[in-house]
Ligand binder design. Structure first.
Ligand SMILES: [Zn+2]
Length: 142
């Protein structure tokens, strides 16, 4: 369950999007505004509450320090932290923002629906990656 952040939403109303920590955000989404200032990849994801179907726009990011860590086990190399690009069809935000969409909502899962914006950077400059802005089929949710 994410924090409700009512101290913020009571003052400012409905946010435009929610960051990686489900904190409400009111600026237009840009990867410079993610919670992770070391992010090398950032996505704006459309998700829905698994209980009531309420829609949220949320951010997921990945920093250079976690990208492509590989461990070798008996079956060969295992990528512990694939990049967002590598896992774009399997992105999963987890608990939806705690914004009172329904009584059970904050304790429910969220269903990923679409990558609305995909950004990445090698160094300082962010670039959009439209070919990774795709619909997500959550096969585990039927
Ligand atoms: Zn809900």
């Amino acid at each position: 369950v994410n924090h409700h952040y009512r101290d913020i939403t009571d003052k400012l109303g409905s946010p435009l999007w929610w960051d990686e920590n489900a904190v409400p955000r009111y600026c237009e989404f840009h990867p410079d505004h993610t919670a992770n200032i070391y992010a090398r990849e950032a996505v704006l994801l459309h998700i829905q509450c698994q209980s009531c179907g309420a829609s949220f726009k949320v951010c997921m990011s990945q920093g250079a320090s976690r990208v492509n860590w590989v461990r070798t086990n008996t079956d060969g190399p295992v990528v512990l932290y694939p990049t967002l690009a590598e896992s774009v069809k399997d992105l999963h935000y987890g608990d939806p923002p705690n914004y009172g969409c329904c009584p059970a909502g904050p304790t429910m899962n969220s269903v990923p629906r679409e990558v609305l914006k995909f950004w990445r950077r090698e160094h300082a400059d962010w670039e959009r990656v439209p070919e990774l802005e795709v619909a997500i089929e959550a096969e585990w949710f039927v």
